[in-house]
Design a protein around this ligand. Structure first.
Ligand SMILES: Cc1cc2nc3c(=O)[nH]c(=O)nc-3n(C[C@H](O)[C@H](O)[C@H](O)COP(=O)(O)O)c2cc1C
Length: 581
């Protein structure tokens, strides 16, 4: 025991000497004094430009880290800065301010570790980790009685669902697609499923259906990458079996890149059919899996960011891409074949019997990829930029996403990376999206006149969308890369029409940032009722209104319509300026 204590003291002394040497060599820019949630004090070093989050991660102070991977989203890395140190902090970005609004017990001394960039002024800061919200103790819920159904050659898979759900199982209908797998390269197959009926994906419209892609890699140690949505599990297992001559034991690993249920909900049934499988995932992914399924009987191999798994002739390297699309998301790279299994990145909801980019009309793929990006990933531009930077170092000849077609054409791969880069940077087109609601067409007439004004300026285009006949999916997709938004609503019970608010609330969540904007509104007796509502949302996405809202007292007069037309022209000219044309 004495020896152990002596050893620990020696280690401590050594650590102090090394740290002193590092500081003296100028490796660190400054130090910080951190008080953790257990009341323990830590002194850590940092380099210029690190965020507090990055500095804490490098110092192994994991209690600072949240669950979103340092992407200003979960607000669990909230810290309180000593009052006297507040004046020397760099200002908060809009994203940090937004994220702090859902932190636990924020106060005027609050910052997010992932938002606070350290520099000369921050040397010697005193920082306390903010408390985390206490966990609620949940009552144990009685599990539903399991129902078993038979799949092929008497393998039994249990579903924790009731009969009515099973009757909707698409696998009750045998189709030729049930067995179809597609060779990507020698020993690498697509074994996903096509969901022809998919028309709604958590609220956004998927008019072309979708696919849930899973991939099989045959090697000395064979692997499945991800699974599919639960109702398709029977079809999926048939496909997988067809790739291993019916012997599922030939597969050793199942890589789980992302827990969202469209990729993982078949996992419990797959693990029941193949209990020998080892699930390969990150520690965070395992924690998220545990929140969804009973994983107590599953075998795991936990991998870290950058770790490589040897399969035999080939290998897989895992790259963490937090918040593209969930905190635990990773992508997987196979250097020997230059394949990137890109998870949700570059995904498109597009049901087709074709599996490759060169077999379909590529403009449809780009359209669907834009819809997917706008409605799922637009808000996540910061982590997407980080991921693109990391992936930029890889030599890629094939991209296998988790939805839609596989990319194997060099020019298409360059194109989709270029598109993602433009979208993540909010590159703007000289295009205007006008959306509105109307009861008796006064607001509609105002919108049409604004559009007529835009039309007078060459090089600027527009789309007009009545919120009753156009889905929020299309408004968000248009908002992704347009330069300006025009919003119209009559005053209705002293407010904006609810469908307009619905579209604005969707945009507020997705955050198409820094647009030019114009509001038009017809009213009867409370002029600014609708415009005040609309302005609040536009301010929240940092839209810049080019002039005061245009109000029409009931039906618009000719002179008011002219004002609308002039405003449309003014807007189009400003659009040209921001687009540098
Ligand atoms: C159900 C209903 C509620 C209304 N509520 C208000 C109101 O609270 N304040 C107001 O200024 N005008 C109100 N109005 C009047 C309208 O805003 C006005 O008629 C306007 O011109 C309608 O524009 P639209 O033709 O684009 O629908 C209301 C009208 C209706 C039919």
């Amino acid at each position: 025991m004495d020896l152990l204590i002596k050893q620990q003291k020696t280690n401590k002394a050594l650590e102090t000497i090394i740290k002193k040497q590092i500081y003296s060599l100028g490796r660190y820019f400054g130090t910080l004094n951190i008080l953790d949630r257990e009341g323990k004090k830590h002194k850590i070093g940092y380099t210029n430009g690190d965020t507090l989050y990055e500095a804490a991660k490098k110092a192994g102070l994991n209690s600072v880290l949240g669950i979103c991977g340092g992407n200003m989203s979960c607000a669990r890395c909230q810290v309180y800065i000593d009052e006297k140190d507040l004046p020397r902090l760099p200002p908060m970005s809009q994203q940090e301010q937004d994220a702090l609004t859902h932190a636990y017990k924020p106060n005027p001394r609050s910052r997010l570790a992932c938002g606070l960039v350290l520099d000369t002024n921050t040397n010697g800061l005193s920082i306390d980790l903010a408390p985390l919200k206490p966990k609620k103790i949940r009552k144990k819920i009685q599990k539903p009685k399991e129902t078993s159904i038979t799949i092929t050659d008497s393998s039994v898979v249990s579903y924790p669902f009731s009969e009515p759900f099973l009757s909707l199982n698409p696998d009750s209908l045998e189709t030729v697609e049930n067995y179809q797998t597609v060779k990507i390269k020698e020993g690498i197959h697509w074994c996903g499923v096509i969901d022809w009926d998919l028309r709604d994906f958590h609220g956004y419209r998927t008019t072309r259906g979708g696919t849930y892609n899973s991939y099989f890699i045959q090697d000395e140690e064979s692997v499945l990458i991800d699974t599919v949505k639960q109702p398709f599990v029977e079809r999926y297992l048939k496909k997988v079996k067809s790739l291993v001559n019916g012997d599922l034991k030939k597969i050793k690993y199942l890589v789980c890149q992302h827990v969202e249920m469209d990729h993982s909900s078949a996992l419990p049934s797959v693990m029941q059919a193949c209990p020998h499988l080892t699930v390969v995932c990150t520690e965070l992914c395992k924690q998220v899996l545990e929140k969804h399924y009973d994983i107590s009987q599953w075998k795991f191999k936990i991998v870290a960011d950058g770790e490589t798994l040897k399969l035999g002739k080939r290998s897989l390297t895992f790259v963490a891409t937090p918040l593209v699309h969930w905190p635990e998301s990773i992508v997987t790279y196979m250097p020997e074949e230059k394949i990137l299994f890109s998870m949700d990145a570059f995904g498109q909801h597009y049901a087709t019997t074709k599996r490759f980019d060169d077999e379909v009309d590529f403009s449809i793929v780009l359209d669907e990829m834009k819809i997917y990006y706008a409605n799922i990933l637009m808000r996540l531009s910061v982590p997407i930029k980080k991921a693109l930077k990391n992936l930029g170092t890889l030599d890629i000849s094939t991209i296998c996403p988790s939805h839609g077609v596989v990319f194997r054409q060099k020019e298409n791969i360059s194109k989709i990376i270029e598109k993602y880069t433009d979208w993540a940077n909010f590159k703007k087109k000289p295009h205007v999206i006008l959306f509105y609601d109307t009861m008796y067409k006064s607001t509609q007439r105002m919108i049409n006149e604004v559009a007529a004004g835009i039309k007078e300026v060459s090089g600027v285009t527009f789309d007009i969308m009545n919120v009753r006949t156009n889905h929020i999916t299309d408004i968000a997709t248009g908002a992704l890369d347009c330069a300006a938004l025009v919003v119209g609503s009559p005053v209705f019970q002293e407010h904006s029409m609810p469908e307009v608010i619905c579209a604005l609330s969707y945009l507020e969540a997705l955050r198409p940032l820094d647009k030019l904007a114009l509001i038009v509104s017809s009213y009867g007796w409370s002029q600014s009722g609708a415009a005040n509502d609309i302005s609040r949302y536009l301010d929240s996405i940092k839209a810049k209104q080019i002039r005061d809202p245009i109000f029409s007292f009931y039906r618009p007069t000719n002179s008011l319509l002219k004002e609308c037309r002039d405003a449309g022209k003014q807007l189009a000219l400003e659009v040209k300026k921001v687009c540098n044309i």
